[in-house]
Design a protein around this ligand. Structure first.
Ligand code: MF3
Ligand code: CO
Ligand code: CO
Length: 254
């Protein structure tokens, strides 16, 4: 639980968040055409690092709490924090979440998307579509005066109505010149509960939606989180700012 105060960003800080967010979204867009059978997750990582440096930015994950790579690549039953490596070769029918976080002038842009490798199974296709709709419904709750619980409630109601489950062990987070800060943004919960949203708050919404159980296990590398039943998991993420009358998505490419 993140208990530090929730920061309200200044216009100057918001402008840096906009730059970082846009560049992170452009990196995801840049990586998308590489997602093909035969590519390794390390190749995706190395291209991400090269592109990031070429654009004068920094990869936030690299060295963060000892994380060894520049991006997270979470394939199939991996819920999040999959570590790119040269033995993992993408194959037809896989799904892969690529999660990128860039630092521009000290501020973070954090975004992710789940891609299909070749042709998805009907279940994989539905899971990814439902996950994207969960993010959309969560974002639609964001406006001054709404409560943090409204976001999770909207996501959980829809995910469960489609026969899927919502991961509890990882949540969205406040983000600014700090990668992970208050408030926590659960993707499950109860309407009307939690802190009130105010203009200038910035946080992520990044639902992880599972085909089967919501429970996760962390592997021996102490990062890779997998589903308890090894069924599929999908995720997508945006970084958002609460505005005077609603929400601004900071991680759009243009
Ligand atoms: N980008 C992830 C998030 O959405 C965090 C990755 S931390 C890492 O919060 F160390 F695993 F990279
Ligand atoms: Co995040
Ligand atoms: Co992320």
């Amino acid at each position: 639980m993140k208990t530090e105060p929730i920061v309200i960003l200044s216009t100057r800080e918001l402008n840096k968040m906009r730059q970082a967010g846009r560049l992170a979204a452009q990196l995801l867009q840049h990586l998308e055409p590489m997602v093909k059978p035969g590519v390794t997750t390390l190749q995706l990582n190395d291209e991400a690092e090269r592109w990031t440096q070429a654009h004068g930015a920094k990869s936030a994950p690299l060295g963060y709490k000892g994380y060894p790579k520049s991006i997270c690549t979470s394939v199939n039953e991996v819920v999040c924090h999959g570590i790119p490596n040269n033995r993992q070769i993408l194959k037809d029918g896989d799904i892969i979440n690529i999660d990128v976080t860039l630092i521009v002038e000290g501020y973070h842009g954090d975004t992710s998307k789940t891609f299909f490798v070749g042709t998805p199974s009907p279940t994989a296709k539905k899971l990814v579509e439902v996950t994207e709709e969960c993010r959309r419904l969560g974002i639609a709750e964001v406006k001054p005066g709404a409560k943090i619980g409204d976001i999770g409630a909207a996501i959980q109601e829809y995910a469960e109505s489609q026969g899927f489950s919502v991961v509890r062990d990882f949540v969205g987070h406040g983000i600014s010149n700090i990668f992970h800060t208050a408030p926590d943004i659960p993707h499950y919960g109860t309407r009307g509960k939690g802190k009130r949203l105010r203009p200038g708050m910035v946080f992520t919404i990044e639902p992880m939606i599972n085909e089967g159980t919501w429970e996760v296990e962390v592997l021996d590398d102490s990062w890779t989180a997998v589903t308890g039943d090894r069924k599929l998991s999908a995720q997508c993420e945006h970084t958002l700012a609460v505005t005077e009358d609603g929400v601004e998505i900071l991680t759009l490419a243009d």
